[in-house]
Design a protein around this ligand. Structure first.
Ligand code: HEM
Length: 504
């Protein structure tokens, strides 16, 4: 009753468990708000209450409190820009700092120091490397692994995109040669290969949050043992990589580790902001395994983009024609072409709008504040937000808000070709000072991947006898059904890649 009174009974959800409780992840009316409910409810809660800011009053967990859900672009912009008034609640993110403090898990001046050193690591040269590695890996997949075949059926497209992202991050962030056909032998002193250590840690990182250290060290369950070995191995690999760059072995590279170390050394020599050795490790880990979250997000977003293109052949044709107009000779696209490949980027952004991997971004109100939003009639209205409230940026609510995105359930990449597209209403990468540091990295990877694949293959849905007779709508629902693991990704989408013959 007290919490409801503190917000003058502002309309919204009333539940026992809050959006951040790990006990019940989904919406159960009056019981649980559900951290993952956004993917399902999209803009519906806001439409129901007739307002793009609604409250959620929680009576038990994580503690009795008020949360506000925001799907109003201006209110979200105000919150994300006011870094000191609306902070990132980092207290539950310890799992991402087990190799060292880093830019993801820090706040205030500490965060500022981490961000100042890490942001310059994402150089233009690094993006060029990301592009080259992505196209090279796809070339290897199509010509070597798929053996130049004209038709390839893939049971689950996400398996391909996740593997691809591990290769890209291994090459472009770690500076390690990695490919589909693993030619590397096991380095001396290691129990598993780097690629395997990355995949296992990325997949099972939540074990670190769930289990105490003694469980990881002693419990004889093979998956737990494998995770424990992989996380120790990854640490060892990272130490060796830092060591080799420190001893000047490979400082010529443009990978993220090299760029980060250069930026840090620069800070040290100028007496400016810099990081300790353990913080360097923590940030490399943040790029990679916290980077596992970003990397899975990129992989899953790319998978959704390919599924949507397979479901919308008209859009795929338009994209192919556009790619052909940029690359009429059919050569492999280069990084210099990226600025012209606007349709490929539009496809990626539209998939991110429809299937944002991060559906809620939490903030904490440090002081009493007022949120300003627009009513459906276009008037401005203020909402009192007491100190201590959670403010949840409801990405899915914003992305399906018809005020910014007419016909929000339709796949229309052309929205992003309009120069005036509503930039403040796309929050997949968050925005403001704490916006995603890897956005350009992810976009580069995705544009290279989409362009390469669509220029060479027509992508279709695999026909499966058990689904014969299903309607268009049922098919769409089945293929776009999401699954939640570390982030949101497609559950199971079988696709067929048909090599283009030149006349299609
Ligand atoms: C489609 C791909 C991606 C999506 C949708 C995405 C989304 C996001 C979002 C929503 C945030 C803000 C989280 C918050 O404030 O709680 C964030 C932050 C961050 N992202 Fe990404 N990301 C992607 C790719 C990447 C990649 C490829 C990297 C690195 C290689 C990366 C590194 C980071 C880091 C280090 C932060 C923390 C920045 C800070 O707090 O200052 N992300 N990302």
């Amino acid at each position: 009753r007290d919490t409801i009174r503190s917000i003058q009974d502002y309309p919204g959800l009333r539940c026992i468990f809050g959006a951040e409780t790990a006990i019940i992840w989904f919406r159960i009316p009056y019981i649980s708000v559900g951290i993952f409910s956004g993917w399902k409810t999209k803009h519906q809660d806001f439409a129901q209450y007739g307002s793009d800011i609604i409250s959620a009053q929680v009576s038990i967990l994580p503690r009795p409190h008020v949360a506000f859900f925001l799907a109003d672009a201006q209110a979200i912009k105000d919150v994300t820009n006011a870094r000191h008034r609306f902070t990132k609640p980092v207290e539950n993110m310890g799992v991402l700092s087990f190799y060292g403090e880093n830019v993801v898990v820090t706040e205030h001046d500490e965060w500022k120091r981490h961000r100042k050193v890490t942001a310059p690591a994402f150089t233009e040269r690094n993006m060029r490397l990301v592009w080259d590695v992505t196209t090279k890996s796809f070339e290897e997949l199509c010509e070597v692994v798929w053996n130049g075949l004209n038709e390839i059926a893939v049971d689950n497209i996400a398996d391909i995109t996740v593997n691809m992202m591990i290769l890209v991050i291994g090459n472009a962030a770690f500076g390690q040669e990695m490919s589909w056909v693993d030619r590397n032998t096991l380095p001396a002193g290691h129990a598993i290969k780097l690629k395997d250590a990355m995949s296992v840690v990325a997949r099972d990182i939540l074990m670190k949050a769930i289990f105490p250290e003694w469980v990881l060290t002693h419990v004889p369950i093979s998956r737990v043992r494998r995770f424990y070995t992989a996380s120790n191995e990854l640490k060892l690999y990272m130490e060796e990589m830092i060591q080799s760059r420190r001893s000047g072995e490979s400082l010529g590279g443009n990978d993220l580790i090299t760029c980060l170390l250069k930026a840090n050394d620069d800070g040290v020599s100028k007496g400016a902001a810099h990081l300790s050795d353990s913080e360097v490790m923590g940030n490399i880990f943040a790029f990679l395994v916290a980077g596992a979250i970003p990397n899975f997000t990129t992989a899953h977003s790319l998978a959704f983009a390919l599924i949507l293109l397979a479901l919308h052949q008209d859009e795929q044709r338009a994209l192919y024609q556009h790619i052909k107009s940029v690359l009429p000779d059919g050569r492999v696209p280069s990084y210099d072409d990226m600025s012209q490949l606007t349709y490929s980027l539009a496809v990626f952004l539209e998939s991110l709008r429809m299937f944002a991997p991060v559906s809620m971004i939490p903030k904490q109100a440090e002081e009493d504040s007022v949120l300003t939003m627009q009513t459906p009639d276009g008037e401005l209205r203020t909402v009192f937000c007491p100190a201590g409230s959670r403010v949840m940026i409801h990405v899915a609510g914003l992305h399906y808000n018809p005020r910014y995105w007419p016909d929000p359930y339709a796949f229309k990449p052309a929205r992003f070709l309009d120069k005036e597209w509503p930039r403040d209403a796309l929050l997949a990468f968050s925005t403001g000072p704490r916006g995603c540091i890897g956005r350009r990295f992810a976009e580069t990877e995705a544009v290279a991947a989409i362009t390469y694949l669509v220029s060479r293959f027509r992508i279709e849905i695999k026909d499966e006898p058990q689904y014969k007779g299903e309607s268009e709508a049922e098919r769409r629902e089945r293929l776009l059904k999401g699954k939640i693991s570390l982030t949101f990704g497609p559950a199971q989408a079988p696709l067929v890649f048909k090599r283009r013959t030149g006349c299609d």
